[in-house]
Design a protein around this ligand. Structure first.
Ligand code: EPU
Length: 318
Protein backbone atom coordinates (compact mmCIF):
# COMPACT_ATOMS: atom_id res chain seq x y z
CA UNK A 1 0.00 0.00 0.00
CA UNK A 2 1.26 3.47 -0.88
CA UNK A 3 2.14 5.94 1.90
CA UNK A 4 -0.77 7.90 3.39
CA UNK A 5 -0.90 11.68 3.30
CA UNK A 6 -0.10 11.92 7.02
CA UNK A 7 2.89 9.57 6.64
CA UNK A 8 4.26 11.75 3.87
CA UNK A 9 3.76 14.84 6.03
CA UNK A 10 5.67 13.28 8.93
CA UNK A 11 8.54 12.27 6.65
CA UNK A 12 8.68 15.71 5.06
CA UNK A 13 8.62 17.47 8.44
CA UNK A 14 11.26 15.18 9.95
CA UNK A 15 13.71 14.81 7.06
CA UNK A 16 13.15 17.92 4.94
CA UNK A 17 15.46 17.71 1.91
CA UNK A 18 16.52 14.24 3.07
CA UNK A 19 13.34 12.64 1.69
CA UNK A 20 12.23 12.15 -1.89
CA UNK A 21 8.87 10.70 -2.77
CA UNK A 22 8.22 8.35 -5.72
CA UNK A 23 11.92 8.24 -6.40
CA UNK A 24 12.75 6.13 -9.49
CA UNK A 25 15.03 3.33 -8.37
CA UNK A 26 16.64 3.09 -11.79
CA UNK A 27 18.64 6.15 -10.69
CA UNK A 28 20.08 4.17 -7.76
CA UNK A 29 20.83 0.72 -9.12
CA UNK A 30 23.76 -0.49 -11.18
CA UNK A 31 21.26 -2.17 -13.45
CA UNK A 32 19.62 1.22 -14.17
CA UNK A 33 16.34 -0.65 -13.74
CA UNK A 34 13.55 -0.32 -11.17
CA UNK A 35 10.25 1.44 -10.57
CA UNK A 36 9.70 4.13 -7.91
CA UNK A 37 10.25 3.79 -4.17
CA UNK A 38 7.44 5.41 -2.15
CA UNK A 39 10.09 7.34 -0.22
CA UNK A 40 13.87 7.45 -0.37
CA UNK A 41 15.11 8.75 2.97
CA UNK A 42 18.66 9.89 3.76
CA UNK A 43 18.94 10.37 7.54
CA UNK A 44 21.68 12.83 8.49
CA UNK A 45 22.47 11.24 11.85
CA UNK A 46 22.07 8.04 13.85
CA UNK A 47 19.38 9.82 15.80
CA UNK A 48 17.36 10.51 12.63
CA UNK A 49 17.89 6.93 11.48
CA UNK A 50 16.57 5.55 14.78
CA UNK A 51 13.56 7.90 14.55
CA UNK A 52 12.77 6.61 11.04
CA UNK A 53 13.10 2.95 11.97
CA UNK A 54 10.94 3.21 15.10
CA UNK A 55 8.31 5.26 13.23
CA UNK A 56 8.16 2.68 10.43
CA UNK A 57 7.89 -0.13 12.99
CA UNK A 58 5.08 1.48 14.93
CA UNK A 59 3.02 2.25 11.79
CA UNK A 60 3.75 -1.07 10.08
CA UNK A 61 5.51 0.67 7.18
CA UNK A 62 8.11 -1.52 5.49
CA UNK A 63 11.64 -0.20 5.28
CA UNK A 64 14.83 -1.49 3.78
CA UNK A 65 18.35 -0.21 3.40
CA UNK A 66 19.59 0.69 -0.05
CA UNK A 67 23.23 -0.39 -0.29
CA UNK A 68 25.17 0.68 -3.33
CA UNK A 69 22.44 -0.73 -5.58
CA UNK A 70 25.02 -3.08 -7.04
CA UNK A 71 23.56 -6.47 -6.18
CA UNK A 72 19.83 -5.87 -6.57
CA UNK A 73 17.19 -6.00 -9.24
CA UNK A 74 14.24 -3.75 -8.40
CA UNK A 75 11.05 -4.82 -10.14
CA UNK A 76 9.24 -2.42 -12.46
CA UNK A 77 6.47 -1.60 -9.93
CA UNK A 78 9.03 -0.22 -7.46
CA UNK A 79 9.21 -0.49 -3.67
CA UNK A 80 6.49 0.22 -1.13
CA UNK A 81 7.46 1.98 2.09
CA UNK A 82 10.79 3.63 2.88
CA UNK A 83 14.14 2.94 1.28
CA UNK A 84 16.98 4.15 3.50
CA UNK A 85 20.28 5.60 2.33
CA UNK A 86 22.94 5.21 5.07
CA UNK A 87 25.68 7.23 3.37
CA UNK A 88 25.30 10.26 5.66
CA UNK A 89 24.52 8.64 9.01
CA UNK A 90 26.80 5.57 8.79
CA UNK A 91 29.43 6.69 6.31
CA UNK A 92 32.63 7.01 8.35
CA UNK A 93 35.82 4.99 8.60
CA UNK A 94 38.00 5.08 11.72
CA UNK A 95 41.02 3.26 13.07
CA UNK A 96 40.51 1.75 16.52
CA UNK A 97 43.86 0.11 17.19
CA UNK A 98 47.20 -0.49 15.48
CA UNK A 99 49.87 -2.90 16.70
CA UNK A 100 52.67 -4.81 14.99
CA UNK A 101 50.35 -7.73 14.30
CA UNK A 102 46.91 -6.25 13.90
CA UNK A 103 44.91 -3.23 12.84
CA UNK A 104 41.28 -2.75 13.83
CA UNK A 105 39.30 -0.56 11.46
CA UNK A 106 35.64 0.40 11.92
CA UNK A 107 33.51 1.27 8.89
CA UNK A 108 29.89 2.44 8.78
CA UNK A 109 27.35 0.25 7.02
CA UNK A 110 26.92 2.94 4.35
CA UNK A 111 30.63 3.14 3.47
CA UNK A 112 31.41 1.94 -0.04
CA UNK A 113 33.50 -1.20 0.08
CA UNK A 114 35.87 0.23 -2.54
CA UNK A 115 36.50 3.27 -0.33
CA UNK A 116 37.45 0.94 2.51
CA UNK A 117 39.74 -1.10 0.23
CA UNK A 118 41.51 2.09 -0.94
CA UNK A 119 41.73 3.38 2.62
CA UNK A 120 43.46 0.16 3.73
CA UNK A 121 45.70 0.06 0.66
CA UNK A 122 46.89 3.63 1.16
CA UNK A 123 47.83 3.02 4.80
CA UNK A 124 49.53 -0.34 4.29
CA UNK A 125 46.79 -2.38 6.00
CA UNK A 126 46.57 -5.88 4.52
CA UNK A 127 43.51 -8.10 4.40
CA UNK A 128 41.12 -6.13 2.19
CA UNK A 129 42.65 -6.57 -1.27
CA UNK A 130 40.48 -9.60 -2.02
CA UNK A 131 37.47 -7.23 -2.11
CA UNK A 132 38.90 -4.87 -4.73
CA UNK A 133 36.38 -4.38 -7.48
CA UNK A 134 33.33 -5.55 -5.47
CA UNK A 135 31.01 -2.58 -5.84
CA UNK A 136 28.76 -2.78 -2.72
CA UNK A 137 28.62 -1.04 0.64
CA UNK A 138 30.09 -2.43 3.83
CA UNK A 139 26.60 -3.23 5.17
CA UNK A 140 25.53 -5.03 2.01
CA UNK A 141 28.84 -6.86 1.77
CA UNK A 142 28.64 -8.35 5.27
CA UNK A 143 24.98 -9.28 4.89
CA UNK A 144 25.77 -11.43 1.88
CA UNK A 145 29.32 -12.30 2.85
CA UNK A 146 30.55 -10.83 -0.41
CA UNK A 147 33.74 -12.23 -1.76
CA UNK A 148 35.90 -13.45 -4.55
CA UNK A 149 38.06 -16.52 -5.00
CA UNK A 150 40.69 -14.70 -2.89
CA UNK A 151 38.53 -14.45 0.21
CA UNK A 152 35.26 -13.24 1.66
CA UNK A 153 34.34 -10.44 3.97
CA UNK A 154 33.29 -12.64 6.90
CA UNK A 155 36.92 -13.69 7.39
CA UNK A 156 37.79 -10.10 8.38
CA UNK A 157 34.83 -9.18 10.62
CA UNK A 158 35.37 -8.97 14.38
CA UNK A 159 32.03 -7.42 15.34
CA UNK A 160 28.95 -5.75 13.91
CA UNK A 161 26.76 -3.10 15.47
CA UNK A 162 23.11 -3.36 14.41
CA UNK A 163 20.16 -1.05 14.84
CA UNK A 164 17.04 -3.08 15.59
CA UNK A 165 13.52 -2.16 14.52
CA UNK A 166 12.79 -1.10 18.13
CA UNK A 167 15.45 1.62 17.86
CA UNK A 168 17.80 -0.32 20.17
CA UNK A 169 21.41 -1.01 19.15
CA UNK A 170 23.22 -4.28 19.74
CA UNK A 171 26.77 -5.42 19.07
CA UNK A 172 27.31 -8.96 17.83
CA UNK A 173 30.78 -10.52 17.96
CA UNK A 174 32.11 -12.65 15.13
CA UNK A 175 31.90 -15.84 17.22
CA UNK A 176 28.12 -15.28 17.34
CA UNK A 177 27.92 -14.87 13.57
CA UNK A 178 27.94 -17.54 10.89
CA UNK A 179 29.40 -16.65 7.51
CA UNK A 180 28.66 -19.09 4.72
CA UNK A 181 29.02 -18.80 0.95
CA UNK A 182 27.26 -15.46 0.20
CA UNK A 183 25.26 -15.57 3.43
CA UNK A 184 25.53 -14.25 6.96
CA UNK A 185 23.46 -15.57 9.84
CA UNK A 186 23.45 -15.69 13.60
CA UNK A 187 24.85 -18.71 15.44
CA UNK A 188 21.66 -18.98 17.49
CA UNK A 189 18.64 -18.00 15.44
CA UNK A 190 17.72 -14.78 13.73
CA UNK A 191 18.28 -11.24 14.80
CA UNK A 192 15.39 -8.92 15.55
CA UNK A 193 12.70 -11.62 15.14
CA UNK A 194 13.30 -11.71 11.37
CA UNK A 195 12.57 -7.98 10.96
CA UNK A 196 15.21 -5.90 9.24
CA UNK A 197 18.24 -4.98 11.35
CA UNK A 198 20.36 -2.17 9.97
CA UNK A 199 24.14 -2.68 9.88
CA UNK A 200 25.42 0.50 11.55
CA UNK A 201 29.07 -0.36 11.81
CA UNK A 202 31.47 -3.22 11.18
CA UNK A 203 34.86 -3.61 12.83
CA UNK A 204 37.42 -5.37 10.61
CA UNK A 205 40.59 -7.10 11.66
CA UNK A 206 43.41 -6.22 9.23
CA UNK A 207 47.19 -6.42 9.53
CA UNK A 208 50.19 -4.18 8.77
CA UNK A 209 51.70 -5.01 5.40
CA UNK A 210 54.26 -3.51 3.03
CA UNK A 211 52.36 -0.84 1.05
CA UNK A 212 54.29 -1.43 -2.19
CA UNK A 213 53.53 -5.16 -2.01
CA UNK A 214 49.83 -4.48 -1.43
CA UNK A 215 49.71 -2.06 -4.35
CA UNK A 216 51.28 -4.58 -6.71
CA UNK A 217 48.92 -7.31 -5.55
CA UNK A 218 45.96 -4.92 -6.02
CA UNK A 219 46.95 -4.09 -9.59
CA UNK A 220 47.20 -7.76 -10.48
CA UNK A 221 43.82 -8.62 -8.96
CA UNK A 222 42.08 -5.72 -10.70
CA UNK A 223 43.65 -6.60 -14.03
CA UNK A 224 42.46 -10.24 -13.74
CA UNK A 225 38.98 -9.03 -13.00
CA UNK A 226 39.02 -6.56 -15.88
CA UNK A 227 39.98 -9.29 -18.33
CA UNK A 228 37.49 -11.93 -17.19
CA UNK A 229 34.39 -9.91 -16.32
CA UNK A 230 32.28 -7.27 -18.04
CA UNK A 231 32.37 -3.81 -16.41
CA UNK A 232 30.04 -3.53 -13.40
CA UNK A 233 27.87 -0.87 -15.01
CA UNK A 234 24.40 -2.00 -16.05
CA UNK A 235 24.68 -5.39 -14.39
CA UNK A 236 24.54 -6.66 -10.84
CA UNK A 237 27.74 -8.70 -10.98
CA UNK A 238 27.36 -12.46 -10.97
CA UNK A 239 23.65 -13.18 -11.27
CA UNK A 240 23.53 -16.73 -9.86
CA UNK A 241 25.17 -18.30 -6.84
CA UNK A 242 27.74 -20.93 -7.70
CA UNK A 243 26.03 -24.28 -7.06
CA UNK A 244 27.33 -26.62 -4.36
CA UNK A 245 28.18 -29.20 -7.06
CA UNK A 246 31.47 -27.36 -7.66
CA UNK A 247 30.99 -26.36 -11.31
CA UNK A 248 30.58 -22.59 -11.49
CA UNK A 249 27.30 -21.08 -12.67
CA UNK A 250 29.19 -19.22 -15.41
CA UNK A 251 30.61 -22.45 -16.82
CA UNK A 252 27.20 -24.21 -16.70
CA UNK A 253 25.44 -21.36 -18.51
CA UNK A 254 28.23 -21.13 -21.06
CA UNK A 255 28.11 -24.90 -21.67
CA UNK A 256 24.34 -24.58 -22.21
CA UNK A 257 25.11 -22.37 -25.20
CA UNK A 258 23.54 -19.27 -23.69
CA UNK A 259 26.29 -16.65 -24.01
CA UNK A 260 24.80 -13.69 -25.84
CA UNK A 261 21.19 -14.94 -25.47
CA UNK A 262 18.78 -12.05 -25.01
CA UNK A 263 15.27 -11.18 -23.87
CA UNK A 264 14.46 -7.58 -24.79
CA UNK A 265 17.51 -5.54 -23.80
CA UNK A 266 18.59 -8.07 -21.14
CA UNK A 267 21.41 -10.30 -22.33
CA UNK A 268 23.69 -13.05 -21.07
CA UNK A 269 27.09 -11.39 -21.26
CA UNK A 270 29.20 -12.74 -24.11
CA UNK A 271 32.27 -12.20 -21.87
CA UNK A 272 31.13 -14.00 -18.68
CA UNK A 273 27.99 -16.12 -18.81
CA UNK A 274 27.04 -15.50 -15.15
CA UNK A 275 26.46 -11.81 -15.85
CA UNK A 276 23.04 -10.74 -17.10
CA UNK A 277 23.57 -7.28 -18.49
CA UNK A 278 21.21 -4.45 -19.41
CA UNK A 279 22.21 -3.47 -22.91
CA UNK A 280 19.93 -0.48 -23.16
CA UNK A 281 16.42 -0.06 -21.80
CA UNK A 282 15.89 -3.50 -20.24
CA UNK A 283 13.03 -3.82 -17.77
CA UNK A 284 13.08 -5.98 -14.66
CA UNK A 285 10.60 -8.21 -16.45
CA UNK A 286 13.11 -8.78 -19.29
CA UNK A 287 15.81 -9.74 -16.77
CA UNK A 288 13.49 -12.05 -14.85
CA UNK A 289 12.28 -13.76 -18.02
CA UNK A 290 15.88 -14.28 -19.11
CA UNK A 291 16.80 -15.55 -15.62
CA UNK A 292 13.99 -18.15 -15.79
CA UNK A 293 15.01 -19.23 -19.27
CA UNK A 294 18.64 -19.70 -18.15
CA UNK A 295 17.47 -21.69 -15.09
CA UNK A 296 15.29 -23.91 -17.30
CA UNK A 297 18.03 -24.63 -19.83
CA UNK A 298 20.68 -25.39 -17.18
CA UNK A 299 18.24 -27.60 -15.30
CA UNK A 300 17.35 -29.53 -18.48
CA UNK A 301 20.97 -30.05 -19.46
CA UNK A 302 22.67 -30.57 -16.09
CA UNK A 303 19.82 -31.21 -13.65
CA UNK A 304 21.10 -28.33 -11.50
CA UNK A 305 18.87 -25.55 -10.18
CA UNK A 306 20.62 -22.20 -10.29
CA UNK A 307 19.61 -19.80 -7.52
CA UNK A 308 19.96 -16.05 -8.02
CA UNK A 309 22.66 -14.33 -6.00
CA UNK A 310 21.19 -10.97 -6.98
CA UNK A 311 18.46 -9.87 -4.59
CA UNK A 312 15.19 -9.37 -6.47
CA UNK A 313 12.90 -6.94 -4.67
CA UNK A 314 9.83 -4.78 -5.13
CA UNK A 315 6.43 -5.10 -6.79
CA UNK A 316 5.66 -6.25 -10.28
CA UNK A 317 3.21 -3.40 -10.85
CA UNK A 318 2.58 -0.10 -9.09
N1 EPU B 1 33.67 -19.85 -17.02
C1 EPU B 1 33.26 -20.29 -18.25
N2 EPU B 1 32.45 -19.47 -18.99
C2 EPU B 1 32.07 -18.24 -18.56
C3 EPU B 1 32.50 -17.79 -17.28
C4 EPU B 1 33.32 -18.62 -16.54
O1 EPU B 1 33.58 -21.40 -18.67
O2 EPU B 1 31.33 -17.56 -19.29
C5 EPU B 1 34.56 -20.70 -16.23
C6 EPU B 1 35.94 -20.05 -16.04
O3 EPU B 1 36.78 -20.32 -17.10
C7 EPU B 1 36.41 -20.66 -14.74
C8 EPU B 1 35.13 -20.91 -13.96
O4 EPU B 1 34.05 -20.86 -14.92
O5 EPU B 1 37.04 -21.88 -14.98
C9 EPU B 1 34.89 -19.88 -12.87
O6 EPU B 1 34.81 -18.58 -13.43
P1 EPU B 1 35.41 -17.29 -12.68
O7 EPU B 1 36.86 -17.52 -12.37
O8 EPU B 1 35.04 -16.10 -13.47
O9 EPU B 1 34.69 -17.29 -11.28
P2 EPU B 1 33.15 -17.37 -10.88
O10 EPU B 1 32.97 -18.53 -10.00
O11 EPU B 1 32.27 -17.26 -12.10
C10 EPU B 1 33.40 -15.97 -8.69
C11 EPU B 1 32.46 -15.00 -8.03
C12 EPU B 1 32.70 -13.60 -8.58
C13 EPU B 1 34.15 -13.20 -8.38
C14 EPU B 1 35.02 -14.23 -9.10
C15 EPU B 1 36.51 -13.94 -9.00
C16 EPU B 1 30.31 -16.10 -7.53
C17 EPU B 1 28.92 -16.35 -8.02
N3 EPU B 1 31.08 -15.38 -8.35
O12 EPU B 1 33.00 -16.02 -10.07
O13 EPU B 1 31.88 -12.72 -7.88
O14 EPU B 1 34.40 -11.90 -8.88
O15 EPU B 1 34.75 -15.54 -8.54
O16 EPU B 1 36.97 -14.13 -7.72
O17 EPU B 1 30.66 -16.52 -6.42
C18 EPU B 1 29.81 -11.55 -7.72
O18 EPU B 1 29.70 -12.09 -6.62
O19 EPU B 1 28.99 -10.72 -8.18
C19 EPU B 1 30.96 -11.92 -8.54
C20 EPU B 1 31.09 -11.51 -9.78
Amino acid sequence: MALSKSSKEWLQKTFGDGVRFDEPMNRHTYYRIGGPADALVTPQSRFELAALVTWCTSYGIPYRVLGNGSNILVKDGGIRGAVVDLSQCAGRIRIYAVSEEAVLVGAGGGVKLQRLCRYALKRGFGGMNFALGIPGTVGGAVRMNAGTQEGSIGERVTKIRFLLSTGKCITVRSDQLVFEYRRMGLANGCLNGGRPAVVLQVVFSLYPENAAFLKKEAEKLLENRRISQPPASKSAGCFFRNPASGISAGRLIDASGLKGYRVGDARVSPRHANFIINEGEATAEDVIRLMRYVQKRVSEKFNINLEPEVEIIGDETI
